[in-house]
Write a new protein. Structure first.
Length: 284
């Protein structure tokens, strides 16, 4: 039995989704060009699809799992499980108008026409804001709609913002923030749930490793106590004596978020020769 995972065939999430499986040690037999790829060392099969179709494939159990932007999931269905945020594909769904539009508040689009591929999310947003606008649904190249006279505003995905700028638009409201998420069909059969548990165990190990760094440093022995407090590590730091009398080497793990603060404190407290290394997998 194989888990069937739908991922984006081309676009922003495509490469990163495959890279994530690779980091989990999962290898595939056939390379690029196929719309279906079977893993050689894990009970998993990848289906390469248009991202907009992925939520429906998962909802109807044609695929057991999917990797797709939360924005697409929320637009298409509320009938799948969100298993795990994946930390890539970060973007926002925003309202944008022409750069010369004198925009003060969302009331300014009242009565206007907004082009979008996200009619459901946009309608909910407008209803909440008590704004009446006409939604014009299109499936791609939304940003050119104002320029060709199809709409007065757009509601679309912004990542770097360069697409908006290139089309003479400015972002005026953020409707939601999104990133890639692993989704699963509801009522996954027990055997498949067991494979999913194995997969999420691996994904957790990869993600934790990305969030942490391995750190090695030298310190005079009379500073070891204070340094151990700064560097808690997974249990406690490893301390190994150096051949040079009165000195030790300290090994530990630090979180990416507090990394620079910790390095500063370590230097203030006599640490020298600090080496920092990436961690490949981390299992607690
Ligand atoms: C979105 C959006 C823009 C682009 C914005 O498309 O429709 O075209 O990204 O990115 P930027 O702010 O970095 O310029 P997406 O990648 O979701 O592709 P799709 O609409 O074809 O699914
Ligand atoms: Zn798409």
């Amino acid at each position: 039995m194989n888990l069937k995972v739908a991922i984006q065939s081309k676009g922003r999430l495509s490469e990163k989704s495959l890279a994530l499986f690779r980091e989990c040690g999962i290898r595939f037999e056939n390379g690029k060009g196929n719309l279906k790829m079977k893993a050689t060392n894990f009970p998993l099969e990848v289906l390469l699809l248009r991202d907009d179709d992925i939520p429906e494939y998962v909802e109807s159990s044609v695929a057991d799992l999917g990797i797709v932007g939360q924005n697409v999931v929320w637009e298409k269905t509320d009938n799948v499980q969100e298993i795990k945020l994946l930390g890539f594909g970060k973007c926002r769904l925003s309202l944008a108008v022409g750069k010369d539009f004198d925009y003060q508040s969302v009331k300014d689009v009242d009565g206007l026409k907004i082009a979008t591929s996200y009619p459901n999310i946009l309608q909910k947003f407008l209803t909440k804001k008590k704004v009446n606008a006409k939604i014009h649904e299109i499936s791609g190249s939304v940003e050119i709609a104002p320029g060709i006279g199809l709409a007065n505003a757009v509601c679309d995905i912004v990542s770097t913002g360069s697409t908006l700028t290139l089309n003479g638009l400015k972002e005026v409201e953020t409707i939601l923030k999104s990133q890639a998420v692993l989704i699963a069909t509801k009522n996954l059969p027990t055997e498949k749930q067991a494979i999913l548990d194995k997969l999420t165990f691996r994904l957790d190990a990869v993600q934790k490793a990305k969030d942490n760094k391995y750190i090695l440093l030298n310190a005079p022995n009379d500073k070891i106590d204070i340094i151990s407090e700064i560097l808690p590590g997974m249990k406690s730091p490893t301390i190994v004596p150096l051949t040079e009398e009165g000195w030790s080497s300290v090994h530990s793990v630090v979180n990416e978020n507090e990394f620079w603060d910790i390095i500063e404190k370590l230097r203030e407290n006599g640490a020298q020769g600090i080496l920092v290394m990436p961690i490949e997998k981390m299992i607690l």
